[in-house]
Design a protein around this ligand. Structure first.
Ligand SMILES: Nc1nc2c(ncn2[C@@H]2O[C@H](COP(=O)(O)OP(=O)(O)OP(=O)(O)O)[C@@H](O)[C@H]2O)c(=O)[nH]1
Length: 401
């Protein structure tokens, strides 16, 4: 099944769901009714789940990290995907060959990161630009904002021009990096300046069709995770289907904002279509850290290789501003983190039920293969979960924080 066909089937499914949701007027209020989110979407034989999954695993997109020496490329890869603390990056040695890192920690976030040595010499015989850029999904060019970036802009231009000629499908992403050293005014001014000069260079070269996206990033805060989330999302063909599912879920559950997280990297692979507020994102990231830390400390069993984030993982944190953070495991690697008002949480049963349907929808649409999770005892005290609409739920959640 080609990507277009797959997208078509997915969109058809979403249309079906939405249609049913609005058609069924027996269900008033915020209930995401059974009809609106059927377990069987009625794809029949049209939905070739195997084709979908095999395609995504074979065509692992590749993200290239490029930029001048010491601009921060390896630090970004280490902090985001290897849990290195930002301070440790001070001791990273310079990269002198392409380092390929296979990110396979999630069913969705499966790609390779290629960390290039600073300032690639395209004329070097060892640099096979053709094959390197052919397989590239996104090219992240890192610019050190604390340094004079004139040379970096020239290098960005050469890189983009070369890559675009070989593969016009590449997404070009510019990380204006190390902005922790800049004031708010300087950040805005630097972004404006880089944006202007980079685009002017492209126009001068007749490459006005090339789209560059710019992000202000630092490994010392959540900005690098946010930027990486957006880059990864562009490589997920099913993103709009996910957004639609999240929109339906939150509007039927009285939830203000929901993020679908890749737990290990804290990249959010989708969110509903309301704007992302950085503070909300940071809160959700912190919640994931808390859950993982508690799970690792108290949830590890004798088999220390077994994942402590499992189908029984969930967490609830009530803040002192009448806001609730609610985390639920979607699969081995994905978690849904929701932000809602405390009074909306009074209907937890409804939210849990809707979540259950949402989870099934994701599994069906993307054919996530749930590896058997360890059913053993996990970290926490259990809380009684009411049955909703008489529908038996999974056994009650484990890791309540
Ligand atoms: N202040 C600040 N320093 C950073 C940031 N990211 C990376 N650095 C520092 O920048 C220096 C260079 O980082 P690297 O990750 O080795 O840079 P690189 O681009 O991989 O360098 P090469 O391998 O030589 O191409 C290190 O001392 C990092 O600690 C950041 O966001 N803020």
């Amino acid at each position: 099944m080609s990507q277009e066909e797959e997208q078509f089937v997915l969109m058809k499914a979403i249309q079906l769901m939405l249609q049913k949701s609005y058609e069924d007027d027996t269900c008033s209020g915020p209930i995401m009714n059974v009809g609106s989110f059927p377990h069987d979407f009625g794809y029949g034989d049209e939905f070739d789940a195997d084709a979908t999954s095999s395609q995504s695993s074979e065509n692992k997109p590749c993200i290239h990290l490029m930029g001048l020496r010491r601009s921060g490329k390896s630090s970004i890869a280490k902090v985001v995907f290897h849990k290195m603390s930002p301070n440790e990056t001070l001791f990273l040695e310079s990269t002198n060959k392409i380092v390929k890192d296979d990110i396979s920690n999630s069913s969705f976030v499966r790609f390779q990161i290629w960390d290039f040595p600073g300032q690639v010499n395209f004329f070097d015989a060892a640099f096979d630009a053709e094959s390197i850029f052919k397989g590239c999904g996104a090219l992240i060019f890192v610019i050190d904002a604390q340094d004079d970036y004139t040379t970096a802009l020239e290098c960005l231009h050469d890189t983009v021009a070369r890559a675009y000629k070989i593969n016009p499908g590449i997404k070009f992403e510019v990380f204006i990096h190390k902005v922790d050293g800049l004031s708010d005014d300087q950040k805005i001014e630097t972004q404006r300046d880089v944006h202007q000069r980079a685009n002017d260079n492209l126009i001068d070269d007749g490459l006005e069709n090339v789209q560059l996206s710019f992000y202000l990033t630092s490994i010392y805060d959540h900005s690098i995770f946010e930027a990486f989330s957006k880059v990864v999302q562009k490589l997920i063909p099913q993103l709009s289907a996910l957004e639609n599912l999240l929109n339906i879920f939150i509007s039927n559950s009285g939830i203000e904002k929901a993020f679908l997280f890749d737990v290990v990297s804290k990249i959010y692979i989708a969110t509903d279509s309301s704007p992302v507020d950085m503070l909300s994102y940071e809160l959700c990231c912190d919640m994931i850290d808390v859950v993982i830390d508690i799970s690792c400390i108290y949830g590890a069993e004798e088999d220390i290789d077994a994942s402590t984030f499992d189908s029984q993982s969930s967490s609830l944190i009530k803040l002192n501003n009448a806001t609730v953070l609610y985390l639920k495991e979607v699969n081995r690697c994905l978690a849904l983190v929701c932000i809602l008002r405390e009074n909306s949480f009074e209907r937890q049963g409804l939210i849990d039920y809707n979540f259950h349907i949402f989870q099934q929808a994701i599994h069906q649409v993307f054919d996530l293969r749930n590896k058997p999770t360890n059913p053993g005892p996990t970290t926490t005290t259990s809380v009684e979960r009411p049955q909703v609409n008489g529908i038996p739920e999974k056994p009650n959640s484990g890791q309540q924080t």
